[in-house]
Design a binder for this molecule. Sequence first.
Ligand code: ADP
Length: 656
Amino acid sequence: MAAVPEQRGRGHGRTARALTRLATLATTTAFAVLGALAVVGVSWPAPPAGAAPLGHAKAHPAASTAAETLSLSSLLALGKGGSIRTAVVDTVTDTVSGTVVRSGRARAYRASFPDGYAPNLTNQLLADKVSVTATAATTGAGGQGASGGEWMIAMLVLFMVAMIGVGSVRRRLGGRGGGPAPRGLRPQSPTNPAGFTKGRGEQAQVPATRFADVAGVDEAVDVFRELVAYLRDPEPFKVAGADLPHGYLLVGPPGTGKTLLARAVAGEAGVPFFAVGASEFVESYVGVGAARVRSLFDRARSVPAAIVFVDELDAIGRSRSAHAVPGNEERESTLNQLLVEMDGFGGSGSIVVLAATNRPDILDAALLRPGRFDRQIAVPAPDRLGRARILGLYLERRSVADDVDVASLSRRTSGFTGADLSNLVNTAALLAVRAGTGVITTAELDEALATVALGPARTSAVVADEDRRITAWHESGHALVGLWLEDADDPITVSIVPRGPAGGVTWFPGHDAPFMTRRQAKAQLAVAMAGRAAEELLLGDDFTQGGAQDFRAATDLARRMVTEYGMGSIGPGYVPPEETHIGVLAERVHDATEELLDEALSTARSLLGPARATIERVVERLLDEETLDTATLVALAAPEAAAVVRRLPLQRQGAA
Ligand code: ADP
């Protein structure tokens, strides 16, 4: 029965005692059941979905049935991001298992590693502040049953689950009425925030992450330094009557470090970090999302100060008017709960909510009102300097050869996010281990770059000689036109090693500048069409389908030039997508797009046609070496470059 407010004091004392008894009983019963299960050899079940994180859960042999299998690279990336809590490195089975926390939930994981990699892995995990246990004896008990220590842990886990169950019963009995739970039922609040790390378990952990772990987002860090100062010591702010926002919206694409930054704020301020991923609620039953949000804030309220992080806020925070379709009740009730919680902060200012989204434009206006997420902070994909600093951050933790040029690498990785760069360095480190040196050189980074961007090389693919030759012509076409057109970027690499779905690739640096001129756009089109132009030189009109991807990209750009950038023959103005399908305007858009594509193909033909000898030189070298860099291309193309460029009315001067 719910305790009515007037009876709260005594009633709750009784209820609390009864519940404690219930928990004890549940635990005792559970222990007995566990004992029975052990006797009949039943596996330890996975923690129930939605159970609170279990930070200390040691990898349990029987947990393998429910453990998530991670690749080694994901494991290392998660370790770097602070998500791996425990790791048991087993040198007999060459596996590592333990607990990973994602979106505030703990899960068992398992990953395999190459023979002999255990010391490196252990060092890496320790460097990432993971609690690591090395073992060579998981098979001793034959994996049949758990050791005494493991049972202890299992029982502790069950006890925690039972207590969490009691917590939710208690909430239902006590009701919330929008305010915090009555004092007697709240967890003891430690007085010293710095002490949270110890003893409070996963629910109230102060992350070890610091601002020094986040690179290339200085503006955001500057904003948060003030917040950290406030959380550490709010008094001067209060004396001055300065109130800081309760909600900050981190705006940027995935992988730019929003979660990392939020963790760093909590880490720097010495306050616990509570996180939740809003997308988890979208598919769930009505009421689950709201309950999770309530429980998250309840936990945050149980400590003097905390950072609450809501990832992918747009999953629940979409504008209600714009999406008034059935099936949105769960999203709405979750959103409402979030709003209720944020409004309930009062003047204490001790809970600060950080939320991440890539779509602030679609958020419900209610979320952006004063007192809610009234401060937006951009966390964009890093620019060249930012990339160099992120690469520096990850490379300095590893053995790196002297030949590695971070500045050049940062130029070649435009469009990469922090997560991509971390993955790149990690992939290079794995390649270095595979090479037997453990030292990252330019060769490993080049290969890792191609792997991260395009997928691993299909080394086992058997390619017929004739197909290799056609690929080499096609790619040489792209590369040479890129090299010769002044308004196109020089290619970084040209390769005929098959990767992913591609038979070969010519790699250009991405476009870092905020503006693209008309000549640059046209040059991009010509480079895209150059594969076909080169195939025509080799095969006449019996060319292959190898240009399909190029045409798709070129048509997409040409259409945007016509309908959005005002660079086509229909002149300036925006044509909405729906008007490019039917009607007179659609026809004009189509014609103007064709015009640009035809012109691009002509440009490519006029550059390559007279340069047969150069193409053949590049092709032969490619067939021989498979991958060529800019310097080699320039050397191979130089003799004819000047002559080619002189024949080009479009060009101002030679680029080679
Ligand atoms: P987001 O929340 O923006 O999707 P995350 O914070 O989850 O991105 O980033 C994933 C991982 O990528 C991080 O744990 C970190 O290893 C790396 N990373 C991303 N951005 C940065 C950055 N700016 N500096 C350092 N590492 C970064």
